[in-house]
Design a protein. Sequence first.
Length: 180
Amino acid sequence: MSVDDELVARRGEKLGVLLRATDPRVPPMAYPAERIARAVRRRAAVRWRAAAAIAVLAVSAVGVPPVRAWIVRTARALWSGAVRSPRPVLAGPTASEGANSVTFTPAAGAFSVRVARPQAQGSLTVETVADSAAVAAVTGGSGAELLVLPDGLRIVNAAGASASVVVRVPATVTRIVVTV
């Protein structure tokens, strides 16, 4: 040990003695063990009461149809996300889709179908296929045009349109958003 190290050690010991001498004395306080045990039991009772209240609210909410529907939808979405069940995959686009059809390759990820205005008649069907190409076709009715966009498809329909449209997208699409 060098001279500097010894000097620092001695001064540190003297400083420690001075600091301990200046600390105020705190009298020991006895806290009975039974008070501690009672506080722990009380805290546990409050937790059980809160859990019981939440359970009563959840059970009573199941009786309300909109709440029950929301619970079922949420549970189904969580379960399908946990299980990762594959979506049904159809055979693929057919060669004879009709005159009013488009075939294109969508980008991976989200796919959006935008309908210009609501219709009184007709339908929109979105299916997944095993192919890499997407196909959209007007299968019945009239008054609708198909427009391919970078992120999906736009269906431009007239005010009195009655078209039925089938959209087949590849299974590589992770999310489909339909907007009217």
